[in-house]
Ligand binder design. Structure first.
Ligand code: C2E
Ligand code: CA
Ligand code: CA
Ligand code: CA
Length: 278
């Protein structure tokens, strides 16, 4: 179905766009239902100190347990959630849930929980209040929460971002720059933000032992991050040779299947208890 203006010049809709628009609407109502029916679940992936082997933190990653379709991965629905705006209530659910879990872990494990913030969430004027509320609701101190933001989230919203990040930092929350290397990748502007941690994107780690250029990029990121006093996390570490490379380069933390996939909280507890016994 093609819609044209009076002079036959412009196409406002192509059939594909129409389908896409209706798909977004369908997904939005499915996501709204999912939120209402409690179908979302958080999985947690451990972050490990490369030298002591100690558990340092956990990243919360959302899953959708669909009653008919089974488990749906975030790549299948987060983009639609962002486009439709429903990421905002979903994101609030994630924050609350992660803070409640972090409170449980505070005494047993003493680790902070990291939460991913989407661009749309971070553009809300009251984002700092929303995060403060989630902490209060869980009776959690800010130091047990970490927020992960990508470069584009911060750069899209530069002036406000600096203000929000400084306020969040004041609450004791730590801040991680996510997926580093995939966006602007300029450490110059990073200096103006109060980040504690930089996460090297999995796409570099994947080929770090086979692609000399990726190895050089990883080395450069680690050394520049350290000169800015940032902690470095390598994402997506799957093999021992990647681990050894990162160890030689003085990377700080690793997160990846080599150690563990993301796990539901109870399996995370069991996994950590097992590791400690060994
Ligand atoms: P991300 O923040 O970069 O998260 C890391 C992703 O890498 C996760 O995928 C994780 O399961 C995966 N991963 C970790 N280690 C390995 C590894 O060794 N090998 C491989 N192949 N993959 C590994 P996941 O859970 O599917 O999440 C995908 C993306 O969805 C996340 O990327 C993040 O951008 C987004 N996301 C997940 N949960 C949330 C959430 O609660 N809120 C928002 N806004 N975004 C989320
Ligand atoms: Ca992340
Ligand atoms: Ca990441
Ligand atoms: Ca990534």
């Amino acid at each position: 179905q093609v819609k044209e203006n009076g002079r036959n010049h412009f196409r406002f809709f192509s059939p594909e766009m129409n389908q896409r628009a209706s798909h977004i609407l369908e997904m939005e109502s499915a996501l709204r239902n999912a939120l209402h029916n409690n179908e979302f679940q958080l999985y947690y992936q451990p972050q490990i100190d490369l030298y002591s082997g100690e558990l340092i933190g956990a990243e919360a990653l959302i899953r959708w347990q669909h009653p008919e379709m089974g488990q749906i991965q975030p790549s299948q629905f987060i983009p639609f959630a962002e486009e439709s705006g429903i990421i905002i209530p979903i994101g609030e659910w994630v924050l609350n849930e992660a803070c409640i879990q972090a409170k449980k872990w505070q005494t047993q494990l003493s680790i902070p929980v990291a939460v991913n913030l989407s661009a749309l969430q971070f553009r809300q004027e009251n984002i700092v209040e929303i995060i403060t509320k989630a902490l209060k609701n869980a009776n959690l101190e800010g130091r047990w929460l970490e927020l992960e933001l990508t470069e584009s989230v911060v750069v899209q919203n530069l002036d406000a971002a600096i203000i929000y990040l400084k306020q969040l930092k004041q609450l004791g929350i730590s801040l991680a720059m996510d997926d580093f290397g995939t966006g602007y990748s300029s450490l110059g502007y990073l200096k103006q933000f109060p980040f504690n941690t930089l996460k090297i994107d999995r796409s570099f780690i994947q080929n770090v032992t086979t692609e000399p250029n990726d190895a050089l990029i990883a080395i450069a990121i680690i050394s520049m991050a350290h000169s800015l006093r940032l902690n470095v996390v390598a994402e997506g570490v799957e093999t021992e040779s990647q681990l050894n490379f990162l160890h030689r380069q003085n990377c700080d933390l690793i997160q990846g299947y080599y150690y563990s996939k993301p796990l539901p909280a109870d399996e995370f507890d069991a996994f950590i208890a097992n590791v400690k016994k060994q």
